[in-house]
Design a protein around this ligand. Structure first.
Ligand code: DGL
Length: 266
């Protein structure tokens, strides 16, 4: 048994959308979350910068006593896991893309038309296509970069109908021309606007990778003998800019129970 926390991180508020999945699948695990709100978005930065920022966050979480690192950030998961592993040898490091892609590869068929919406860095990496096609080379996978979404979500624009036009402008043609029936939210910020996407494109199956991630982390902890003992886990949320928006997303997602909030600049 190991009661040290799992270190979960993202460029900003996005990874908070995974927290409820972790609370449900791993209720005994303590969590330290880091959202790099002062430097988001990552998905429109260069891969080199994303790697450098991701390695810094990983270092911070390890210094805070994390027993495992979890990138609840597709952008980091698409290009920075090797850099983190090189800096943290021996530390289990899990990204969000692989477990979701494996689930899609197992559960979808050639009749499906799968759409992945994500940041420009994630789309440019082709990470979803690579992991899916490794297990099921015949699946039809289409990817669409949505560079406008994260800055709007970080600014809270989803609150007043301020995103519908941008979502339509970015996705209408992509969804229609590719006949998408299964849409992967390939950026952890996007579950915050899931309601808007569902309203605009009813009937499409939407996949949020968070549950596949939490299930994978559960297996890794078990395999490595790192699972926590039987008591409710503690949660600490760090943000590099602890703004009202960050607190607003915690409320919006209904993240309940006791938790500690801290600001930490890297
Ligand atoms: N939420 C992150 C992701 O899953 C990063 C978004 C960003 O900072 O651009 O890709």
């Amino acid at each position: 048994m190991d009661d040290r926390p799992i270190g979960i991180f993202d460029s900003g508020v996005g990874g908070l959308t995974s927290i409820n999945a972790f609370s449900e699948v791993l209720p005994h695990e303590s969590i330290i979350y880091f959202g790099d709100t002062a430097r988001a978005p990552y998905g429109t930065k260069s891969p080199r910068t994303v790697r450098a920022f991701s390695v810094e966050i990983a270092d911070f979480l390890v210094c805070q006593g994390a027993k495992m690192l979890v990138a609840a950030c597709n952008t980091t998961s698409s290009i920075a896991l090797d850099a983190i592993r090189a800096k943290q040898p021996g530390m289990p490091v899990q990204g969000i893309i692989e477990p979701c892609a494996e689930k899609i590869a197992r559960e979808c068929t050639e009749d499906n038309s799968i759409g992945v919406i994500a940041t420009p860095v994630t789309v440019g990496s082709k990470a979803y296509e690579t992991y899916i096609h490794r297990l099921n080379p015949n699946l039809k996978v289409h990817a669409q970069a949505c560079p406008a979404f994260v800055p709007l979500i970080e600014s809270g624009a989803y609150e007043n109908g301020g995103m519908d036009t941008t979502v339509k402008h970015t996705l209408d043609d992509f969804i229609k021309s590719n006949d998408i029936d299964t849409l992967v939210l390939g950026c952890t910020h996007y579950p915050i606007i899931r309601g808007i996407i569902e309203k605009l494109y009813p009937g499409i199956t939407i996949i949020d990778p968070s549950f596949a991630l939490a299930e994978r982390v559960k297996s890794v902890l078990k395999e490595e003998g790192l699972a926590a003992s039987e008591w409710p886990g503690r949660r600490t949320f760090y943000a590099s800019d602890l703004s009202q928006k960050f607190l607003g997303v915690i409320d919006l997602l209904g993240i309940s129970g006791d938790y500690v909030l801290e600001q930490h600049r890297l």
